[in-house]
Design a binder for this molecule. Structure first.
Ligand SMILES: CC(C)(COP(=O)(O)OP(=O)(O)OC[C@H]1O[C@@H](n2cnc3c(N)ncnc32)[C@H](O)[C@@H]1OP(=O)(O)O)[C@@H](O)C(=O)NCCC(=O)NCCS
Length: 130
């Protein structure tokens, strides 16, 4: 939908709640929304049309692709990579440097210690594919 809109000349806003803290060295692309009390640290990159929900933390150098939803209180350690259209459930956390593929789901309160492939659901601590 966002591609169709941009083809006809619309550009989507980037919305950042006034209580969120976004480093001047971070990038948040168009169509993304950053909710209250979220923190996005230096050199993190948030793609298009993402939801960075209430209180989520995106640490330094993370790369978040398009259409990702980070639920409330998700915490991504530095250098985490998250693929297109992936959803991290409320309170889930990652170890630094892990890679989560495209179109996957991480269950609520899960702890991602190892890479997670595309198109799967992973739950638990440590998170495993179910
Ligand atoms: C991961 C999730 C999407 C799976 O939903 P589902 O496909 O309906 O799965 P079910 O509830 O049927 O659970 C299937 C199994 O996984 C387990 N499971 C599900 N979510 C889990 C979680 N977060 N942590 C650990 N185990 C979990 C269930 O206990 C069940 O185990 P069993 O087969 O041994 O009984 C869902 O449980 C979840 O965590 N959603 C996140 C919700 C959220 O964060 N909402 C905030 C939006 S802003």
């Amino acid at each position: 939908m966002s591609e169709q809109l941009s083809e006809v000349g619309f550009s989507l806003a980037t919305l950042i709640h006034h209580s969120a803290v976004v480093s001047q060295y971070a990038v948040v692309e168009s169509g993304s929304v950053v909710f209250a009390n979220a923190v996005i640290n230096a050199f993190a990159k948030i793609g298009k049309n993402c939801i960075i929900n209430t209180g989520a933390i995106v640490e330094h150098d993370c790369i978040i692709k398009d259409a990702v939803h980070l639920s409330p209180n998700v915490a991504l350690a530095g250098n985490t990579k998250v693929g297109i259209s992936t959803w991290l459930g409320i309170g889930s956390v990652t170890k630094q440097g892990v890679e989560i593929g495209d179109n996957s789901t991480i269950g609520a309160n899960s702890t991602v210690l190892n890479n997670i492939p595309s198109n799967v659901t992973a739950v638990g601590s440590p998170a495993t594919v179910k």
